[in-house]
Design a protein around this ligand. Structure first.
Ligand code: CA
Length: 236
């Protein structure tokens, strides 16, 4: 039998960590809780969690410094749980290498879906073929083609690059800055208008209704998420 995946919950609000522990235990995970920076660092050094759920405001320090130190050693998925007013904090966390974030209060089932999605992504970090797929969209990165329902789409090289980046990071929140840096290159991080223009043109080509996108979802004030085959409804 497969051993249970270990989740490290770093959270000082006991009501939240107790609720999460109970819920995730029922879902078949093994749980460790750390309520402050010191014990979080200790658990990270002695355990190898499959997933880290991280609150940012912690006694003894800032959760963001943990993201940084985790990332210097491993690529364990990190999901930030944060209060909504910390938009800047969320962006900073994602830039430091967090995989996803959820604002409090959140639905535990949506959290579960995001945990599974982060795990799937983590397992698939090394794509074994040239084919990327999301519902009726199929990209062949070697042939440089994209088909929707079997019909080839005409994409510009930049649209192709943007879509490829999205398809490699499905269901993951990608900040504006990260997209500009990864698709356009260093030096373009401030060119929000470029990004908006290309998102619009790409949506017109891949979405059924570009005014109500189902693939390229807007994460208000933060960036975009490429929604693909997940068991939760993304809210626009
Ligand atoms: Ca807190």
């Amino acid at each position: 039998m497969k051993t249970k995946d270990l989740i490290l919950i770093i959270e000082d609000d006991e009501a939240i960590s107790r609720m999460l522990s109970l819920f995730l235990d029922q879902q078949g995970y093994k749980i460790i809780v750390a309520g402050d920076m010191k014990s979080a660092i200790r658990e990270l050094q002695t355990q190898s969690p499959e997933i880290v759920l991280l609150d940012l405001g912690l006694p003894g320090g800032d959760g963001k410094t943990l993201i940084k130190s985790i990332r210097t050693q491993r690529s364990t998925p990190i999901i930030v749980l944060s209060a909504r007013h910390e938009e800047k904090e969320i962006i900073a966390s994602l830039e430091l290498g967090a995989d996803d974030y959820m604002t409090k209060p959140f639905s535990t089932y949506e959290l579960l879906a995001r945990i599974r999605s982060a795990q799937r992504r983590f397992m698939g970090l090394q794509p074994s073929s040239n084919i990327l797929q999301c519902h009726e969209l199929v990209m062949d990165t070697a042939q440089h083609t994209v088909a929707k329902n079997g019909e080839f789409l005409k994409l510009t090289p930049t649209e192709f690059g943007l879509l490829k980046y999205f398809m490699l990071h499905q269901n993951q929140v990608l900040t504006h800055i990260r997209l500009l840096k990864e698709v356009w290159g260093v030096g373009y991080q401030q060119e929000m208008q470029y990004l908006r223009t290309y998102i619009n043109s790409l949506r017109k080509k891949i979405e059924h209704d570009s005014t109500r996108p189902a693939y390229i979802l807007t994460e208000l004030g933060v960036g975009y998420r490429f929604g693909c085959g997940d068991d939760f409804d993304s809210k626009e």
